[in-house]
Design a protein around this ligand. Structure first.
Ligand SMILES: [Zn+2]
Length: 410
């Protein structure tokens, strides 16, 4: 985005932007001379030296690129492939600059069995603990193993007491993005998978940092797939998601993704929000896979796998007495994330219903020919426009499940 400035607004605009911009220190672990100086930060495999600093630098620079594209200001306490700067001068300068977040990049070493990524936080820092937990969740979500649950509290007087967590006056996280000393992790960090793995770790770190500032990750353009339109003959047609995948939550994507590329899939994944799409823009070849480009009921573009197993195209149905484009299921089940899925699935099958996630019902109008069953969370905040509202929410997930069983008699 190129902002346009005019007249005296220029300076004002610029200064406001400067002061409101999130500011983060991306700390690249160690330096180009760490290994030579006996720091031992790295591994030797088959007589070849693999230095941790190389992996730290490359990962951090990818994160820098993503953050800057999202409007975050970045400062590097340690320049990549420069002499190792001592830790105290790194953290002192971060404190003096008043960065909002300090984020340090490392790759771990230990016994050969130790494996996985994790994040360290200072034991008294609640916000950092939350972020560390999220890092672990993002790792597992992307299929990356975590070391333990993915978090380590830095406790004084133990091996977990890390300088950058202790000496920084702002929220600080140190991530270990896998074990160089584990065979499988080594293949990812330095071996044949290194390009994809380091990029995936960069995305996970970047997503986590952005979440701290309340910015949602919009993806990055470094390896966008090739997208070729192969058909646009979809007038008066709609895309239907097969029942099985509609209730289980087929992955819908916000952007075209290469279906072999886990990190792209993670970056653009959107939970299934609909059983179908009334607008199909076309069918595309995306890096060799076919996808439909569609619009949801709010007009937002989505991408869906074009495979007969998941979805199919049919003539638009016309409901009597409704606007041509208005689709109204017989019953609607509004579900929370944590609810008893089995109970709802059973009820839905028996009562021909459509499932809608609560977050969708908070944004879009919900209409049913007969009943709207609210399964958890109550009716407050929902846009319930047509249908008899039956609130089955209990005070807990178990309570809701009980109400569902009671209502449908099984
Ligand atoms: Zn390190």
């Amino acid at each position: 985005m190129t902002p346009t400035y005019s007249g005296s607004g220029f300076l004002l605009d610029l200064s406001l932007r400067f002061f409101s911009q999130p500011y983060v220190a991306l700390d690249i672990g160690h330096g180009r001379d760490t290994w030579e100086n006996g720091g031992g930060k790295g591994v030797v495999v088959d007589g070849k030296v693999y230095e941790e600093h190389d992996a730290n630098a490359e990962t951090a620079l990818m994160v820098k690129e993503i953050l800057e594209a999202h409007g975050v200001r970045v400062w590097l306490p340690q320049e990549p492939w420069e002499r190792d700067r001592d830790l105290l001068s790194r953290t002192n300068e971060a404190n003096r600059r008043g960065v909002d977040l300090y984020w340090s990049f490392h790759y771990n070493a230990g016994i050969p069995d130790a494996q996985g990524a994790c994040a360290f936080y200072w034991y008294t820092a609640g916000d950092a603990k939350k972020l560390a937990k999220r890092f672990g969740e993002y790792c597992r979500g992307a299929g990356v193993d975590t070391h333990g649950d993915g978090t380590h509290a830095g406790v004084p007087g133990t091996w977990t007491e890390l300088h950058v967590n202790r000496e920084t006056s702002m929220t600080a996280i140190l991530t270990e993005n896998g074990f160089m000393t584990n065979h499988e992790d080594f293949e990812n960090i330095f071996g044949s998978n290194k390009k994809q793995y380091r990029k995936m770790m960069a995305r996970i770190n970047a997503k986590c940092i952005l979440s701290f500032f309340g910015i949602s990750y919009q993806g990055d353009t470094s390896d966008d797939p090739e997208v070729i339109k192969i058909s646009n003959d979809f007038e008066n047609k709609e895309l239907v998601i097969h029942d099985k995948y509609a209730s289980e939550g087929l992955a819908i994507y916000g952007e075209p993704v290469n279906l072999d590329n886990e990190s792209q899939k993670v970056a653009h994944y959107i939970r299934n929000e609909s059983n179908g799409f009334k607008t199909i823009y076309g069918k595309y070849d995306v890096d060799g896979y076919e996808m439909y480009k569609v619009a949801n009921s709010a007009g937002t573009v989505r991408w869906v796998t074009a495979h007969n197993e998941y979805s199919y195209v049919k003539e638009k149905t016309k409901n009597v007495g409704l606007e041509e484009d208005e689709y109204m299921p017989k019953n609607v089940f509004i579900v929370n994330e944590f609810i008893d899925g089995a109970a709802i699935k059973k009820a839905m099958i028996r009562n021909s219903g459509n499932m809608v996630y609560r977050f969708t019902a908070e944004r879009e109008d919900i209409k049913a020919e007969e009943n709207i069953y609210v399964c958890g969370g109550g009716i407050d905040g929902l846009n319930l426009k047509k249908g008899k509202v039956v609130d089955l929410s209990g005070s807990s997930a178990e309570g809701t499940a009980k109400n569902i069983y009671k209502e449908f008699g099984y």
